[in-house]
Design a protein around this ligand. Sequence first.
Ligand code: SR1
Ligand code: MG
Length: 395
Amino acid sequence: MSILNLEAYQPLTETTATQLALELKIFDEESQLSCKEIGDGNLNLVFHLAEQKSGKSIIIKQALPYAKVVGESWPLTIKRAKIEADALKIFGRIAPAYVPEVYYTNDILAVTVMEDLSHLSIARTGFINGETYPFISKHLGEYLAKTLFYTSDYALGPAAKKENVQKFINPELCNITEDLIFTDPYFDAETNEFEEGLRADVESIWKDDELIFHVSVLKKCFLTEAEVLLHGDLHTGSMFANHSETKVIDPEFAYYGPAGFDIGQVFANLLFQVIVNDENRHLFIHHVETVWNVFNEEFSRLWEAENKEKLVKTHLFLNHVVSKYFEDALGFTGCELIRRTIGLAHVADLDRIEDENIRLTAKRKSLELGKILIKQRKEIKGLSEFITAVKEMIE
Ligand code: SR1
Ligand code: MG
């Protein structure tokens, strides 16, 4: 039975994934392929296929019809595979240096066949193992500037942008973010996960009306402001890196939303290393600064050179737009810090700390910094005030 001719979805196995690669003629007919399921994320199957003789290798990623992190009791649309593949193609055209190449997609099987990046490591894992990836922040700043500019009204014009908005309506995946980032951590929801040692801190968050007001404002921004095509889940587990290269993967949460969301997720996931990594703290603070500086410079350059909106091409308006992105980014940074500490989906940066006192202290810093960034995002004017706020909380 040909895999390519299947008319209904079925989850792949290592055997059928190999068959698919051979049917696609990615490898020679007689090739001896090795195939291993290596998915360690929350949602998908990921097969690594390699032919030893030629050294050729690929990745086959398949969406499962449920969230792997919870199990079959949490059904999830497999249409997200098409969203992810379409987003990879757009981001790949805009920022080819930072996005894996897509070789083939199949909407029925919810499959994307793409470039193998196993010469790189998942950035979060690398950071935890002591790597600092000197160029990652410059690369992320460029990636953010290009993807957030070239998918905006300013680059596309309003009509083409609206067509994109339509293509990237992604209600189920957005709903995960709406619940897990902007709702559940702020009341006693079943999805929350935290250790008893944090109960008092968590209960004080549930009672903090000022904080909940600000999170509601940020949630409204996420729900309603279709500014740019977002990656939508831009944490350090969605990045591959080494000392010279960075690739951004997994945009299955892509949708048109507020630009500050992607920036904030990058900030927050670098800040986890600022919190836990005493030895390299200054390097991760520098990474946060570089992401913003490179983003700001490159986004402003693109704005000057390629903005199609004649009436909004002034410095004053550019400053208004960039300041708005920054303010939103600080708020979304705070939301990510909090949800990764007490919500459903945690980060290994914090959870892997064996010593309970050290772990709880790190988690409290994450919660406190999150609260400050959410509540004071309007008062924190610019990068240096942001970094001062971080240092005051962490050190
Ligand atoms: C049920 S999915 C949990 C989390 O994993 C994804 O990577 C997103 O961050 C989501 O919030
Ligand atoms: Mg992911």
